[in-house]
Design a protein around this ligand. Sequence first.
Ligand code: SF4
Length: 682
Amino acid sequence: GREYDFEKTVTTCPYCGVGCQLELKTRDRKVIEVGSVYREGTPNPYGEACVKGRFGYDFINHPDRLKKPLIKRNGSFEEAEWEEALSMVAERLTEIKDEYGGRALAGLSSAKCTNEENYLMQKFMRAVIGTNSVDHCARLCHASTVAGLVKAFGSGAMTNSIAEIEGSDVIFVIGSNPTENHPVIGSKMKKAQKQGTKLIVADPRQIELSSLAEVAIQHRPGTDVALLNGLIHVIIDEGLADQKFIEERTENYEYLASVVEDYTPEKVEEITGVEAVKIKKAARLYAEADKAAIYFAMGITQHRTGTDNVLSVANLALLTGNVGRESTGVNPLRGQNNVQGACDLGALSNVYPGYQSVEDPEIKEKFARAWETEELSEEVGLTVVEIFKQAGKEIKGLYIIGENPVISDPDQRHIEESLDKLDFLVVEDIFLTETAKFADVVLPAACFAEKEGTFTNTERRIQKVNQAIEPPGEARADWKIISEISTRMGYQMNYDSPAEIMAEIAEVTPIYGGIYADRLGDKGLQWPCKDREDPGTKFLHQGEFARGKGKFHPVTYIPPAEEVDEEYDFIMMTGRMLYHFHTGTMTRNSEPIDKHEPDAYLEINEKDAKKLRIKEGDRVRVTSRRGEVETNVRIGERVQPGQIFMPFHYAESPANRLTNPVLDQDAKIPELKVTAVKIEKV
Ligand code: SF4
């Protein structure tokens, strides 16, 4: 019958960084269902995809998908032919480059694009435009992870693998809510807990995993360094540090020991609000385990002290010898399906693919030869936040692929004003996003189901993306569009396929040296993978750290930039929820998911609600020093008194209109997690 009449394509999930394999069932150029894939050795061997992976595919066939290029004339968009749109982009970029130099242009690449596309985007910006100002949303999520872990270990990625979760004796989850944001990892942790793994959960909110934890800690937002220094203090004080590991494999221990001396559990209790006995209990549990693993996410990274927070996490693991072995490690969970790959392939303003520094003359020489260009610059480029600050000044033109900064970046009004100030903006996306509306030219892109390539998941696994259907209308894959613009600007890019691009990547990127499309098979490969014989790497830093010895970096506690005062008397945290993803471009256009959570909200503690005389469902106005937003109230016990939580997915109540763009000086990541606000009933 008709219901069996469909085709099947196995590919990689477009949502979070777990990288589940999904089976797309298609008929008449449409995805009609998503099925499970049972494959040994993949991140979800039991086919247990979450609600987003299973039901979040309506956006693919959504009627609002962009199908033709758009050119803005007299303030409104008109459909155009590809030929005209591409020529206009190439001409305008060339004009700006000729008049002001390549530094006047910047590009935003995307964690939603394939590895091959990210590689081409940064190659285009560097080899054709002549600037290192190419960046992407990792700047807003894990820039501080990369900065911190490179200093401590020499490599900024998740050290261990998802399959190792079950083998840990203790799992310490800090600033991460896996059951909502990395659901398959969340389920694995719950399963491990049932089998005897002990959980320590530290989060200002009460999250689902807190209820399963041996020790559940609710520290004040932004006090992570104090908390972690407190744990380290107890471990040293009670003689629980791994002296052999410290002597053989680390450096700078004495300095660490002297800095944490001040952080007694009692003092840390004052700063964090966590009882001293709990701090001691958590420290002992973690230090006495044979195999203890740390997992973290944005709760650690999105602070002006993000890099310090990451360094503290690394200090704790080094102190107890919990790195370089199976089921241990320091494991940042990457939010977007290919944010790891976008970083790996050099969509960052300071590094070429494979984290090779743009400031190193030998590296520059290597790329200049490989790419046959004289345009390469040794000057570190601007990052996401800096690009918007310079819009209309140093930056005249911007090329954005698949990102929606109007919703995702801090201080929305400032982002909108910046986009207005540009001489030329081109946006390539699958929908006319809030950001695309500001563009001079909009180019319609293919989504993950409509193209070939690879994504790299949070555990460094490069997996295939397989085409299931044709793109709608005249939409095209980003790698094709970038190549066309480049060729029109006089730099030939004539790739036949993403596999050909991947072979070029392997030539210039040592950690991807053995990654070729024909080797990926059913399970992909985990980097570092040096050559065609290399089977890839399950966990990092075995025997030796990427930087030689692991290095302790003692850090002291610095409070968040904004604290409560008389006027702004609440601390707002932002984050995600299970049913939605990022700026909502995909999930809010997928009815089966959106219907569960169609409306924006804030979470507030019962006690505060009583004080403010607000009830469940009331409309309130939330105001920070940068703007105001109206939303609906949800009352509960998940947040502590004095704190509220707002998801940032909703364009109609954009949490990021309120957030603070103050930056971590090392990583340039803004402090999205701590904003002082006031709340009024409307
Ligand atoms: Fe997709 Fe992540 Fe859900 Fe897996 S856990 S199905 S990768 S969103």
